[in-house]
Design a protein around this ligand. Structure first.
Ligand code: BG6
Ligand code: MG
Length: 213
């Protein structure tokens, strides 16, 4: 094994925006009379905005919706989500995460983001963490979201590294699957641990320092 770079998912790994996604989808669903709960929200991890909408609409019992209407619903959710993101500050990133990212770089590894979110840069700016990354691959540079490996392959490409030399850090099963099909090593934390598909399991974020020696 010759790890040279690390590609981090954002939501659920670096920051915890799940609650904002939940609140924003819940508001849209309530307005449309659609049932939505935390279990459904869990299925949206790593999934693009439009694919997430399709999962939310599985509970919709009204007339078929046009593509235009679906776009409006996704836009409405995103407006609410962006308002909630504006409450984020640098205090929303733990000292452990900041110190670990700095130490990983200090040990000579390159760092990329690999997030399905089109709001990724906005979030990293809010929490003052943009400069911790050598490259950003996010929802704005991909056509297929996780479990397709595109976002991670782009991250590796932006860093100038081969996929097999990259470690993907993920909290979503779809993200671990994406890392595996991209030919990368994978480390699971949070929700992704239970699928038992990753090469490594992280109990804490700083556990990365035991892998990246
Ligand atoms: C991922 C989240 O990071 O980004 C998903 O885990 C979300 O839940 C996806 O749907 C897309 O986010 P955005 O910010 O582009 O709507
Ligand atoms: Mg995630």
């Amino acid at each position: 094994m010759n790890l040279k770079a690390v590609i981090f998912d954002l939501d659920g790994v670096i920051v915890f925006t799940d609650k904002f996604h939940y609140q924003a989808w819940k508001k849209m669903a309530d307005e449309m009379g659609i049932y939505f709960d935390e279990v459904i929200n869990n299925r949206l991890r790593g999934v693009s905005r439009m694919d997430s909408l399709e999962i939310v609409l599985e509970q919709y019992e009204g007339e078929p919706l046009s593509q235009e209407k679906k776009q409006q619903l996704a836009d409405r959710k995103n407006e609410t989500y962006r308002e909630l993101l504006k409450t984020m500050t640098p205090a929303d990133v733990s000292k452990e995460v900041r110190d670990t990212l700095r130490e990983i770089r200090g040990r000579g590894y390159k760092i990329s983001l690999g997030s399905s979110s089109k709001n990724a840069k906005f979030i990293l700016e809010r929490v003052n963490l943009l400069s911790a990354f050598d490259a950003i691959s996010d929802g704005t540079n991909i056509t297929k979201s996780k479990p397709e490996p595109e976002v991670f392959l782009k991250g590796a490409e932006f860093l100038g590294e081969k996929p097999e030399n990259c470690l993907v850090v993920e909290d979503a099963e779809a993200g671990i699957e994406a890392g595996i099909s991209g030919g990368m090593k994978t480390a699971a934390m949070g929700d992704a641990v239970k699928c038992q598909k990753a090469d490594y399991t992280l109990t804490t974020f700083a556990d990365l320092l035991k892998i990246l020696i």
